[in-house]
Design a protein around this ligand. Structure first.
Ligand code: KIV
Ligand code: ZN
Length: 388
């Protein structure tokens, strides 16, 4: 498959994901997640919004300094001081990207920005040109694109590309689109923006109607080549398109999409657990791909089928997402290595002293319990190690 079949995965867990109500990650946790995203093989990590706070700035800078071999992106409004701040944070990255945005829907222009359409075009162009002075890799987003008047949106995109944007992002900011409409929307943008071939088309779908993944896939089928998503689908309100669902849909239905991603699917489960553990946002048991029940077969008929031939009721092999199917039982005879490996699978990378403590606690527990479960291990680390 040639590179023209590649779908770029832009992960925004640390930016839009962190905007989930109740989620607040410290720098150490953000760095752990960024390192794991790099292992997962995402193409772009949106590390944060440096202008939002000193904490955000520091976190993005730390990630840019320490996570190499992947594009590190900082978000900024279409304002020079935002862009300057984003650049300060990401400039040491191997591959820095500035992501600048402004809303294009009339509803946002009238009530939020209080700007005319002409002013929005001018601000977008000025922002892209300013960002371009720092880096060749500039992404422009038209916030609330899907609720924007198509002709005006196309004008903004054309101007942004002329100004130097190398990626143009089409967000469904409020999760209002349906798949057929959103696919058609992307198709029309490709037809109506004359210089669109000079930029990568990206989509960024929110999940207010539970359609973020379906809308992203419809966009891919119509020519989008970058998908913005988050681990476990976390994000503002009902969240963003879930990375693991987009990636496994493209993988499982390869013959339908004829697209590939650079994701190492075997790191999916581990990444999902890490994000769950660090954000405290639990996922529902029936969540696609990474939920506790995603590969569980309860009914007798299904169990019988799977035992005879897995593909009767399984469209993905759990090992593909890095799920431990060997189910090594952890008990009092288990060694330090087994505990360390299982904890890593659960998303906990412990330093030596934490591992020593965890191992001691594990042994105490294993003396009282025949089998120590994953839930026991998570509780042990959360309550006895990380809370100290
Ligand atoms: O949802 C949205 O429109 C955004 C933009 C900043 C890309 O998050
Ligand atoms: Zn968003």
């Amino acid at each position: 498959m040639s590179d023209s079949n590649k779908i770029y995965i832009f992960d925004t867990t640390l930016r839009d994901g962190e905007q989930s109500p109740g989620v607040s990650l410290n720098n150490h946790e953000k760095l752990d997640i960024a390192r794991q995203l790099q292992k997962l093989g995402v193409d772009i990590i949106e590390a944060g919004f440096p202008m939002a706070s000193q904490g955000d700035f520091e976190a993005v800078k730390t990630i840019a300094e320490n996570v190499k071999g992947v594009t590190i992106c900082g978000l900024s409004r279409a304002a020079f001081n935002d862009i300057d701040r984003a650049w300060e944070a990401i400039k040491v990255a191997d591959q820095p990207r500035i992501h600048t945005f402004i809303a294009t829907s009339d509803i946002h222009l009238q009530y939020k920005l209080r700007m005319t359409r002409q002013q929005v075009i001018e601000a977008a162009v000025a922002a892209v040109k300013h960002a371009k002075k720092y880096t060749s890799d500039v992404e422009f987003s038209a916030e609330d694109a899907f609720r924007s008047e198509l002709g005006f949106l196309c004008q903004v995109l054309e101007a942004a590309i002329d100004a130097g944007a190398t990626t143009v992002n089409i967000p469904d900011t409020v999760g209002y689109a349906t798949p057929a409409e959103f696919g058609q929307f992307i198709k029309e943008i490709r037809e109506k923006v004359p210089n669109i071939h000079k930029a990568r088309i990206s989509v960024h779908c929110h999940n207010d109607l539970g359609l973020a993944v379906a809308n992203s896939l419809a966009a891919v089928a119509n020519g989008a080549t970058q998908v913005e998503c988050t681990i476990n689908g976390i994000g503002e309100r009902a969240g963003n398109a879930a990375l693991e669902e987009v990636v496994m849909a493209l993988y499982t239905r390869k013959s339908l999409f004829n697209k590939t991603t650079g994701i190492n699917t075997r790191e999916i489960y581990r990444t999902s657990r890490l994000v769950t553990n660090l954000t405290g946002m639990k996922i529902q048991p029936n969540k696609a791909v990474v939920g506790k029940n995603a590969f569980a077969h309860e009914s007798g008929i299904h169990q019988d089928g799977v035992l005879k031939e897995r593909s009767t009721y399984e469209i993905m092999n759990p090992e593909l997402i890095g799920l431990n199917v060997n189910n090594i039982v952890l008990g009092k005879h288990s060694g330090r290595h087994a505990i360390r490996d299982r904890l890593a699978e659960l998303g906990y990378v412990l330093d030596d002293s934490e591992l020593n403590k965890a191992f001691e606690k594990f042994k105490n527990l294993a003396d009282k319990k025949k089998e120590v479960t994953d839930e026991d291990l998570v509780a042990l680390v959360e309550e006895e190690i990380r809370s100290i």
